[in-house]
Ligand binder design. Sequence first.
Ligand code: PEP
Length: 246
Amino acid sequence: MVRKLAAGNWKMNGLGANIAELEALVAAPAPECDVLICPPATLMGACVKAAQGKIAIGGQDCHSATSGAHTGDISAQMIHDAGGSYVIVGHSERRTDHNESDADVSAKAKAAIEAGLTAIICLGETEAQRDAGETLDVIGAQLAGSLPEGATAENAVIAYEPIWAIGTGRTPTLEQITEVHDSLRADLCARLGNQGQDMRLLYGGSVKPANAAEIFAIGNVNGALVGGASLKAKDFGDIITALSES
Ligand code: PEP
């Protein structure tokens, strides 16, 4: 039985006062799913403490090297050392803003796994690619290029995040999400056998309390990667409840 995952990505949001949102989640009854918050690196230590082991804490990105002259970057080993257990790699904002290629993402995911973290590997098409009917080809190519050797259901998670749905309030139809997740599942099974069957597939892109339950009812959706709605404990708590009850 795959344990579902509700993952919140705070992006470049959050000051010390925002840890109160995490504390509110910690105080809620334990859900029937894993919960993860990826705060900005500045808050990671404080969040690990506040989470009391009830909520996992992760990074939003990592360098592919363990240490060295890379000003401003943090390594997977540093995230692990700070008490983190996951790291997001290949988010579309990193792919776009920092020109990250599939090869870069694969190297980061490999570093994460070697450091003892679970890598959340993000994939997603642009609106132009969807309109051109290229979605499954684009997603398949990103998976092939971004999934490192050694990935298992334990140390890797795939997040499908259509770029045009991130932070826009727009979501794909349930049929469109189903089509991509079914395709990803088939591809993962072909590559990894049972590990591919058990690897968690998250949907991300404008998930909110109002649409969470219908998205979580889709067979190959094993959770969500949530941006904006993860900043408020009330909204993220409602999404966690919807996942827990799915
Ligand atoms: C994200 O950035 O990963 C994301 C899904 O954002 P939002 O939920 O705000 O669309």
